[in-house]
Design a binder for this molecule. Structure first.
Ligand SMILES: NC(=O)c1ccc[n+]([C@@H]2O[C@H](COP(=O)([O-])OP(=O)(O)OC[C@H]3O[C@@H](n4cnc5c(N)ncnc54)[C@H](OP(=O)(O)O)[C@@H]3O)[C@@H](O)[C@H]2O)c1
Length: 334
């Protein structure tokens, strides 16, 4: 397809914003649906406004529209995905749902592909208190209620510009401060993630090609290592920072939490190790392409410089290590 009429449910934050920008750059005609709380979509998109949790507002906001494809970024109550999938049947040619590898039952088996066991989800549920169940419910709603081809893109760690979780922003700001930086080893630890812009490009490609199915939507393990990621942060910021590579056992013994206090990082053994080793054979066979980590880090840094740090998300845990705790761990190494 040369260019398409695309509806993005969302479109003003991390993945959605990348989707809108990527689609506009391809020449697609883009419509967004948001409440307007998080600002307007990129110039060139046709903004529609309404609260999609209210079926009446959803119907009114989408009134009269037909699209070649819809991409849905919803991450709360599954019933909201159900209502959209039902309403858009016959009015959108393809449904892309931004799902999550969180739908897999924990702990995720090593090298899990899309057939790994998943948590229960209820497509009719109004409950969003359990993220994994809500995402699974959203998947089930798309599969049951959208009458047409659909992809479930089970994203893992999503990085790149506009990131609101605060993982790369924290690393970049930490390295910008310079000095000795607690660098969680091993330095060659393979990382698996996806740049929001590569996820966006693949979702658009899936819509172009009418691809259906469920896909782990992340890079191959080893797209980057802890070392290449942190070196890219030093290069992007130009900071005078020295990486102090530290054994995972030392970090764990100090009570530092992987993933949250040291974002992105998971030790190579233990329950969480599988967050960086999902099987991605299917999505690469279906056309995924991932840009080098340096491009992801540089673009994130440029965005931070241009727009400042993302606001802390209400009710969500912050990311990053307190400077005093970092100093104590480093002091213990001497
Ligand atoms: N971050 C990760 O590492 C990660 C990993 C795996 C999967 N994921 C998934 O990736 C997706 C992230 O997508 P994202 O970054 O584009 O989304 P997001 O941050 O969840 O943004 C939500 C979008 O929906 C709009 N919105 C919120 N409530 C609304 C309502 N009631 N009615 C209409 N619009 C509403 C928001 O605009 P307004 O506020 O203006 O309404 C915004 O544009 C989520 O589905 C998440 O589960 C994330």
């Amino acid at each position: 397809m040369d260019s398409m009429r695309l509806l993005v449910l969302g479109g003003t934050r991390h993945v959605g914003r990348a989707l809108v920008e990527t689609a506009l750059a391809r020449g697609d005609e883009v419509t967004t649906l948001t409440r307007g709380v998080s600002g307007a979509p990129a110039a060139g998109a046709q903004a529609r406004y309404g609260d999609r949790t209210d079926p009446k507002q959803l119907r009114a906001a989408l009134d009269g529209g037909t699209w070649d494809a819809v991409i849905d970024t919803w991450s709360s109550a599954p019933r909201v995905v159900r209502d959209s999938a039902t309403l858009l049947t016959g009015r959108a040619g393809h449904y892309g749902y931004v799902s999550s590898r969180s739908v897999y039952a924990w702990p995720i088996p090593a090298a899990a592909d899309e057939s790994a066991p998943v948590v229960d989800g209820d497509p009719d549920s109004d409950d969003d208190s359990d993220y994994a169940a809500a995402k699974r419910g959203g998947e089930l709603a798309v599969l049951r209620d959208f009458g047409g081809p659909a992809v479930l893109a089970r994203a893992g760690l999503i990085l790149g510009p506009y990131e609101i979780v605060g993982r790369m922003p924290w690393w970049l700001r930490r390295i910008e401060r310079g000095g000795d930086v607690l660098a969680p080893g091993p330095r060659d630890r393979p990382l698996q993630y996806i740049d929001c812009r590569d996820l966006a490009a693949w979702l658009l490609h899936a819509a172009d090609e009418g691809i259906s199915g469920t896909f782990n939507a992340v890079s191959r393990p080893g797209q980057a290592t802890m070392e290449s990621l942190l070196n890219a942060c030093i290069a992007a910021t130009g900071a005078d920072a020295r990486l102090v590579w530290t054994d995972p056992d030392v970090i764990l013994a100090a009570g530092v939490a992987p993933w949250t206090e040291l974002p992105v990082w998971m030790p190579p053994s233990g329950e969480g190790a599988s967050l960086h080793d999902g099987d991605v054979t299917a999505i690469y066979a279906a056309g995924l392409s991932c840009r080098p980590v340096e491009e992801t880090v540089t673009a994130t840094w440029r965005w931070l410089q241009a727009e400042g740090d993302p606001p802390v998300r209400e009710g969500r845990p912050g990311h990053g290590l307190d400077p005093e705790r970092e100093r104590q761990v480093l002091a213990g190494l001497k």
